[in-house]
Design a protein around this ligand. Structure first.
Ligand SMILES: Cc1cc2nc3c(=O)[nH]c(=O)nc-3n(C[C@H](O)[C@H](O)[C@H](O)COP(=O)(O)OP(=O)(O)OC[C@H]3O[C@@H](n4cnc5c(N)ncnc54)[C@H](O)[C@@H]3O)c2cc1C
Length: 427
């Protein structure tokens, strides 16, 4: 049977000890079968276990194998489209519910880290950096918008203040969110998996769900076993493939790339990011970066629509890093990797039910570290019969990409090219 290891990355190389977890080889029964051990699956499993459900998690490869173990590690609040866009699309009442939840994922991460003592280099503070006056204006209105929903840990940074938190000459200003921050993403996932097991949950690795038998008593099949469950949670996100065809039609896997420098040493690291905040710029095709626990710079950016792996990741990302920090021209890149996130046309998460007992959440379109933790809570609430918050997400409209599965990649790439041009020209 295939044994899929972690892809090579800084995170895999610096992971906390990973226990061996068996593949499913039996016929087992459970209350909830969760498909996928990324943040969505693990967060759902944890909330359900905390409320007395029996939970079995099936993971095709290893815990955190997908985006959750490869991402930029940035705790970014809210959603990939902001609440004003949601408000225009679905009206004030639903927007109010979603707006109230927009900062909850970050709180859940901190609660998890504290409660289960997860060692994942958690740091507070995230900066949105503006490259143009227009972007700065957008941050000012974003601050007012978020404050309207009670999220008040925000500070606008003028040009002088942003230089104090990030040594990049390109920025005209920014916004600091002290409820943002950063983590070692794979170690967060591994810590959450250990927490799942500490509460009696069972995780099978190298156990892809290959077929779901739907109906009143659904069964999930793996190559060598099956799980009979009362409920199923589908949390395979960009790695799910066509297991649930209804979901594949309205989303598109996209690749994004990350590099990690060699350790910079305390002095150089502090000269770049003196307070150790993470940073993302305000471009549509954005760059994001932060320091690791051992003072490397992790730098991410770039999107490959359709999720083909680029041949030379360093050649794509290093020039972006040097544009922000020319002072790193002699620094070596130790790791470069790629991972897939799931894009929807609206860039809002795709959440819902298939029949009475199959639930799903996916497609948070690039900003998912906080949302996926919230999603776990909201899915668990729905399974416990409290679906108001779940329904607020489930009622968001979703549409297939123009051109269907065949043409969606070139169409999305054209859209991104247009927005990339707007970023470059500053309009
Ligand atoms: C390179 C990169 C950088 C990113 N940076 C950031 C960032 O800095 N901040 C931020 O907020 N977001 C970021 N994101 C997005 C964020 O990481 C994701 O939104 C989030 O991790 C998605 O979590 P998930 O659990 O839904 O999916 P995943 O973490 O992808 O997990 C899905 C899991 O399901 C498993 N699976 C799939 N199909 C099956 C099956 N049939 N049977 C069993 N298991 C299955 C997969 O193996 C995988 O482990 C980034 C994404 C990438 C790729």
């Amino acid at each position: 049977m295939a044994n899929t290891p972690y892809p090579e990355s800084y995170y895999a190389a610096s992971a906390n000890p990973v226990p061996a977890r068996p593949a499913l080889q039996d016929d087992v029964e459970t209350d909830v079968c969760v498909i996928g051990a990324g943040y969505t699956g693990l967060s759902s499993a944890l909330f359900l276990l905390e409320h007395g459900f029996k939970v079995t998690v099936l993971e095709a490869a290893k815990v955190g194998f997908g985006a959750s173990g490869r991402n930029g590690g940035q705790i970014v609040n809210s959603y990939s489209r902001d609440i004003d866009v949601i408000e225009r699309s679905v009206g004030p009442q639903q927007a109010q519910l979603l707006g109230n939840m927009a900062f909850e994922g970050g709180r859940i991460i901190r609660e998890r880290v504290a409660k289960y003592q997860i060692q994942c280099d958690l740091k507070d503070g995230g900066v949105f950096a503006a490259l143009t006056a227009k972007q700065m204006g957008h941050l000012e209105s974003q601050k007012r918008l978020w404050e309207r929903f009670g999220h008040t840990q925000l500070e606008l940074l003028d040009q002088r203040r942003i230089r104090e938190v990030v040594a990049c000459e390109e920025y005209v200003g920014g916004m600091l969110d002290m409820s943002g921050g950063h983590i070692h993403p794979l170690n967060l996932a591994l810590g959450e998996a250990a927490a799942v097991e500490s509460l009696g949950g069972v995780i099978y690795e190298q156990s892809p769900a290959v077929r779901i038998e739907r109906g009143a008593n659904p069964v999930v099949h793996t190559p060598q076993g099956k799980v009979r469950a009362k409920f199923i949670i589908v949390a395979g996100n960009a790695y799910l493939g066509n297991l649930v065809p209804e979901l594949a039609a309205k989303s598109m896997p996209c690749g994004t790339q990350v590099i990690a420098t060699e350790p910079l040493g305390e002095e150089l690291a502090r000269s770049l990011l003196p307070q150790d905040y993470c940073v993302e710029d305000c471009n549509y095709l954005l760059d994001y970066y932060r320091l690791t626990g051992d003072k490397r710079l992790i730098f991410g950016g770039g999107v490959v629509y359709g999720a083909r792996d680029p041949a030379n990741i360093e050649a794509i990302i290093r020039p972006k890093m040097l544009k922000a920090f020319p002072q790193l021209k002699d620094v070596k890149i130790d790791y470069a990797w790629t991972g897939n996130f799931l894009l929807t046309l609206s860039r809002l998460p795709q959440v819902g039910r298939l029949g009475d007992n199959i639930y799903y959440s996916q497609g948070c379109s690039g900003h998912g570290v906080t949302y996926t933790h919230l999603a776990g809570k909201v899915l668990a609430e729905a399974l416990r019969g409290q679906a108001e918050r779940f329904d607020a997400f489930a009622d968001l409209p979703h549409y297939p990409f123009p051109g269907g599965q065949l043409l969606r990649t070139p169409f999305a790439a054209m859209g991104a090219w247009y927005y990339g041009l707007r970023d470059k020209l500053g309009f």
